[in-house]
Design a protein around this ligand. Structure first.
Ligand code: ATP
Length: 535
């Protein structure tokens, strides 16, 4: 499948629209349409149900070191600015960008791909802002142009092995920018904090500056004590939150994959330090299985443990759950979720103030007078374990997923095409979304075969019986084959058709989207039949 096909289907069928499209759109922002809103709700619901609602806290699930509890929170998007100072986001949530003086465009420093090439004793780094194979092809074309060569003279170019990114090169004077014709038009890299700023209250000055949260996690940490004090939860337990996060990404791209407003589904799981490594492994595997169970099986999904040098400064282990999105080059994967062992870094920072590495441990960062650079809350966020009579700061495992990236991966994986004969026996291309029934926006569509003989009335009664149980759709317009195809494209797993046999014996056909099998059931039994197959 090519990405353009999925993007076109999403627009055509109302899964996703560009935000503010009638005004030309706003880069990095997306709106979910009538089908998309249901899909994303189902993704969130599948996550919350699996992680929180259906979780049995009396028995340890397979692979878990012991039973544990799960609960939830829904925190404000705008929080006290000190939260972001202590968490490190204020100082460290940075990307680097470079500007091009020739094209007046701005690029993320680490996303400019390039390759060294030499010709006529001049060695330059030719770049592209594409990824993977597209980048390699563009770089070759640009090098020919730069050295004013024709394609047939391409042997005069002496390439150094491998495409690399500009941040690894570390200089810009011998670089041809991604949209530039001349050499050395890129500026030196500059820092850019990804947090969106705003002001709270009537006065707009430094003291009223606040931020839209770039992650939902911090709301959980700062409420840790509230949750403990208002429930009878005991460590180990997890707090889940689903909500919008905002990052002023320098170059949002690849459809919803990198947006400026997106939704996260995060868990902070609090446990004893001595069992945290076992919990980390449990969550890593458990979260991977969630995607598999909802249909991302196969080699496009992978679990990748970070190399030690990739780990965040506080982390003893991180794994990414990744998907080979079709907009990436073959062999490349994009992150769906990160599962991180965060130690006691977050709770400690909110107690003591912003932490920095000090040998094997952390210490509060200080200013030139030896005072904490950013003061913590001063509140005691430790935990007292009645059983062992020990006080400790819990360690945290954080599975952090993106609802939009998950929805996009489910859509990519679901996109299928085959050929099916139409009413006249002529083979027609069929596009169908093989979404897991739990994720499908519409669970069943009901059709009268023709608009007469009392069929619409029976079909409407069936529709009325299905509708309170799950999203259903009634359609009596056009040839039945076309109605099936419209539902296939929307990912509807089952279609119920009322035909002449229904008038005789009260049965209807149910058709399966993927196998195209049809079977008959009594019309009053079809709601239960479908419900049982939704999973
Ligand atoms: P990336 O490296 O792709 O920018 P990240 O490592 O910064 O992602 P995290 O901070 O770990 O991402 O955020 C957790 C999850 O939130 C990601 O796995 C992803 O699913 C989602 N996410 C993060 N940034 C974006 C974004 N700009 N658009 C959509 N989803 C995002």
């Amino acid at each position: 499948m090519r990405m353009e096909q999925l993007v076109a289907l999403c627009k055509r069928r109302g899964f996703l629209f560009q935000s503010s499209e009638i005004y030309g759109g706003l880069n990095g922002f997306w709106d979910y349409g009538p089908l998309g809103v249901e899909l994303k709700r189902n993704v969130r619901e599948a996550w919350w149900h699996n992680m929180v609602t259906a979780h049995n806290d009396l028995a340890a699930p397979a692979g878990a070191p012991e039973p544990y509890a799960m609960t939830g929170l829904d925190c404000a998007v705008i929080m006290h600015p000190q939260v972001w100072k202590c968490s490190g986001h204020y100082d460290l949530f940075l990307d680097y960008f470079v500007d091009c003086r020739e094209s007046n465009r701005r690029y993320r420093y680490d996303q400019i791909a390039g390759r060294w090439v030499e010709c006529d004793a001049q060695r330059v780094f030719v770049t592209s802002y594409q990824s993977g194979d597209d980048a390699a092809a563009e770089i070759e074309q640009k090098a020919l142009k730069f050295f004013k060569l024709r394609a047939k003279d391409k042997d005069r170019l002496r390439w150094e092995p491998g495409v690399t990114t500009l941040d690894k090169v570390g200089e810009t004077s011998r670089v041809v920018g991604p949209d530039a014709k001349s050499l050395g038009t890129l500026t030196a890299p500059r820092e850019f904090n990804l947090m969106f700023e705003t002001y709270t209250g009537a006065v707009r000055d430094e003291s009223s500056k606040t931020f839209l949260r770039p992650e939902t996690a911090q709301g959980i940490f700062v409420n840790f004590k509230n949750v403990l004090d208002s429930t009878r939860l005991k460590v180990p337990f997890g707090i889940a939150q689903i909500g919008k996060s905002f990052r002023n990404e320098i170059t949002p791209r690849n459809f919803t994959f990198r947006s400026r407003e997106f939704e996260q589904m995060e868990i902070e799981f609090f446990c004893r330090p001595d069992s945290s490594a076992a919990w980390y492994r449990y969550w890593r595997d458990r979260r991977f299985r969630w995607y598999v169970e909802l249909g991302l099986a196969g080699e496009r999904l992978r679990l990748r443990d970070h190399d030690p040098d990739e780990l965040s400064h506080y982390s003893c282990g991180t794994a990414d759950i990744e998907y080979a999105f079709p907009f990436l080059a073959p062999g490349e994967f994009g992150e769906l979720e990160g599962v991180a062992h965060r130690g006691d870094f977050d709770l400690r920072s909110h107690m003591e103030g912003k932490l920095v590495r000090a040998g094997d441990d952390f210490a509060v960062e200080t200013d030139e007078h030896g005072r904490p650079r950013y003061r913590g809350s001063g509140k005691d966020l430790s935990y007292y374990d009645d059983e062992t009579q020990q006080r400790f700061i819990p360690h945290v495992i954080e599975p952090s997923a993106g609802a939009d990236r998950a929805a996009l991966a489910f859509l990519c994986e679901a996109y299928n095409e085959d050929e099916q004969p139409d009413e006249k026996g002529v083979a027609q291309k069929r596009v169908f979304l093989k979404l897991h029934p739990r994720l499908a926006p519409i669970k069943a569509a009901v059709f009268p075969l023709v608009k007469k003989d009392g069929m619409p009335e029976i079909a409407k009664d069936i529709y009325a019986a299905l509708k309170p149980r799950f999203p259903a759709f009634y359609d009596e317009k056009g040839a039945v084959g076309r109605r099936y195809r419209r539902q296939d494209e929307a990912g509807t797993p089952f279609c119920v058709t009322v035909d002449s046999q229904t008038l005789a014996d009260g049965t209807v056909t149910i058709r399966d989207r993927d196998t195209l099998q049809q079977w008959r059931v009594p019309k009053d039994a079809c709601a239960e039949e479908i419900r049982a197959r939704l999973g």
